[in-house]
Design a protein around this ligand. Structure first.
Ligand code: C5P
Length: 421
């Protein structure tokens, strides 16, 4: 599965280093060639001898070793790898990476790397929760470093919490996923809308909804990891934009539509945002005062233009237009009607009855409704999944769809790129 792939493994100081020995075994069994660097801390937990025996390659430890440097310079160590995996990644090494330090062989190689980097953090839960570590992690994620884990559970120190290194099987799976899916959507331009919109009443008040943006952001993150060029048009949310995604923060539905228009054309449009259906016809320029206004206050509202409908019918229509439908009751029938009125190709419909606890949660329960070339509708109910897993499943569907386009000779712009993968 990893034949012809070359992995540079960096083992830093942490008790979880013993798991890395098993990870090496799994990489080797899958056909990857593995070279390893141990930091001084790493050497305290596993020996270079056991690491090199499992890698069937010399393990490197010293930046200043004349012998190592003449045989395999540190720049070549990182250049020859297809992927750099840092497991376990200690809090100290994560801080070093975030700050671009290069004071030993491992940090120098990683700083000199021109390849993707994956880290498997492992540390005490208080160290993980520390704002310094969290800020460092955000810095790394923004730079596009892939993160696997950590997990919640009992720690070597006897405490329990978040910070356990993922099991070797999980790190291996994530590595595989990186190689198998990393280029699947390369060459495709995607516009994703996410989050709620704010429709102003006056300079301090607005009308909005409960959308957190988690689903739209998760979709953007996964599609970007799969190689797509992702443009995320996001209403006001408290989430960080995912790595490798171009983020366009907007406030109102009108701003969102204008931004989407600016970004067209694209291969794919995914309208995940919970766009407000109405806006205040004439928002007040000054703050409305209780004493001055009539009670009850009457606000005249007018409909916002439907972004999804606009994109699905515009002359620069993307090849694949996907909408979301948050409904309460009669889910499938309403979604089937919606796919027709909006003119989109697919709809992901979810029931947002409050008992389902979807808004703001990390999980989603969706039905994928597809309209084919003959306007025949199909419906597939997905199990309740994390929003990240919904995004991964959608990415698979999109990749399959574009493979079909490729077979049918559609989507000429992407033909070369898709067939190159
Ligand atoms: O009609 P409804 O709001 O239920 O439709 C939901 C779908 O339409 C979502 O994909 C949402 O992003 C999109 N939408 C839109 N512009 C609007 C309203 C909804 O793009 N003004």
């Amino acid at each position: 599965m990893l034949k012809d792939k070359s992995i540079l493994l960096v083992i830093t100081g942490g008790i979880a280093a013993y798991k890395t020995l098993d990870l090496i075994r799994q990489y080797r069994k899958a056909g990857a060639s593995v070279r390893a660097i141990l930091t001084k801390g790493g050497e305290q937990f596993v020996t270079p001898l056991s690491v090199s025996a499992l890698c069937e390659n010399q393990a490197y430890t010293d930046l200043w070793s004349l012998k190592d440097e003449s045989e395999m310079g540190h720049i070549r160590l990182s250049r020859e790898a297809d992927l750099i995996v840092i497991a376990p990644a200690s809090a100290d090494f994560i801080a070093k990476l975030a700050h671009g330090r290069a004071d030993d062989l491992a940090s120098t190689c990683v700083l000199a790397a021109d390849k993707d980097i994956m880290i498997a953090p492992a540390m005490n839960h208080k160290m993980w929760d520390n704002p310094a570590t969290q800020a460092n992690m955000r810095t790394l994620e923004k730079r596009g470093v892939y993160v696997t884990g950590p997990e919640n559970g009992e720690m070597a120190c006897g405490e329990t919490g978040m910070g356990r290194m993922s099991e070797p099987e999980t790190v291996f799976e994530d590595t595989l996923n990186h190689f198998q899916n990393g280029q699947k959507l390369a060459g495709l331009k995607v516009i994703v809308t996410s989050g709620p919109t704010h429709e102003p009443i006056d300079p301090v008040r607005y009308i909005s909804n409960h959308s957190s943006g988690k689903q739209g952001h998760a979709i953007s993150e996964v599609l970007a990891k799969w190689g797509a060029e992702v443009h995320l048009v996001s209403g006001p949310v408290s989430l960080n934009p995912p790595a490798k995604v171009k983020n366009y923060p907007v406030t109102s539905a009108t701003d969102m539509l204008n931004q989407v228009k600016n970004l067209l054309p694209a291969d794919i449009f995914i309208g995940v945002a919970a766009v407000a259906d109405w806006k205040i016809k004439t928002p007040s320029d000054t703050k409305l005062k209780k004493s001055e206004g009539a009670t009850p206050l009457t606000l005249e509202m007018t409909e916002n233009e439907d972004i999804l409908k606009y994109v699905a019918s515009c002359d620069r229509r993307p090849d694949l237009v996907i909408g979301f439908a948050a409904e309460t009751g009669d889910l499938k029938d309403k979604a089937k009607r919606k796919i027709k009125t909006k003119g989109c190709d697919w709809i992901l419909a979810n029931d947002v009855t409050h008992t389902n606890n979807i808004f703001g949660s990390d999980e989603n329960h969706v039905n994928l409704i597809k309209s084919d070339e003959n306007n025949e509708l199909s419906c597939e109910e997905w199990p309740r999944l994390t929003k990240k897993d919904v995004a991964i499943k959608l990415a698979h569907e999109i990749a399959d769809k574009f493979k079909t386009f490729e077979r049918e000779g559609k989507n000429d712009n992407n033909l070369n790129i898709i067939s190159a993968k």
